[in-house]
Design a protein around this ligand. Sequence first.
Ligand SMILES: [Zn+2]
Length: 251
Amino acid sequence: MRLADTHCHLYCEPLGSKAADALSRARDAGLEFIVVPADYRDSWPFVESLAGDGFLLPALGLHPWGAAPVDIHDLRARLEGCGAVAVGEIGLDRVVEAPAFEDQLRCFEPQLDLALEMDLPVLLHCRKAFDDLEAVIRRRGSSVRGFLHAFSKSPDIALRFASLGLVVAFGGAVTRPRARKARASAAALPLESIALETDAPSIGMLDIRPEDVEPWHVMLAAEAIAGIRGVTAEEIGEATTANARRVLRLE
Ligand SMILES: [Zn+2]
């Protein structure tokens, strides 16, 4: 079965300490690659150390929770230096009170513009700021590509972002029967607009605590979406892996 994890914070504990074992389980499960996004500045050296790995694909950017002025020339050099496949994790978050939303925008927009300039996809974090995020993307036309990560919201939001050309990435939420909105979105989206991720080790799956989630668990998300859509898990694995490769320009 083809699988890929488009979002895993491999350096975060407790996953970081068992990364070697988790990666061998991921390879055994048939994962083709794992995208490892940065979050705060202190994660950048780890992500940059993945340069040339081929299985672990680096993505560099500053998360809205750590929003601060970004030296775009420095970020560009670092993205080029490690062969980053995406700019991320970046985005907007109206749930947190700090950093201030205006500061998040000042951090996010230059990174989004850098991704466009470098023709890289983005890994987008968004909580309660979907209208803001949509407006920021629409102002840039239709050329933004990337993943709307850890999606758990309703089909109207999912379809709006899919129509902008973004792929919607599902992980833990779709595995939980009570996550009705996420599951309705996984049913409503065109198959070419869906990807899989774990966001390990931060989001639990059905019967698995967040701290125990690791990349091979994307298989559970594939099985959940397959059940929702009435197709085989292999079909979901095949399509979502192909979608991720298309967005990341991996051949
Ligand atoms: Zn993340």
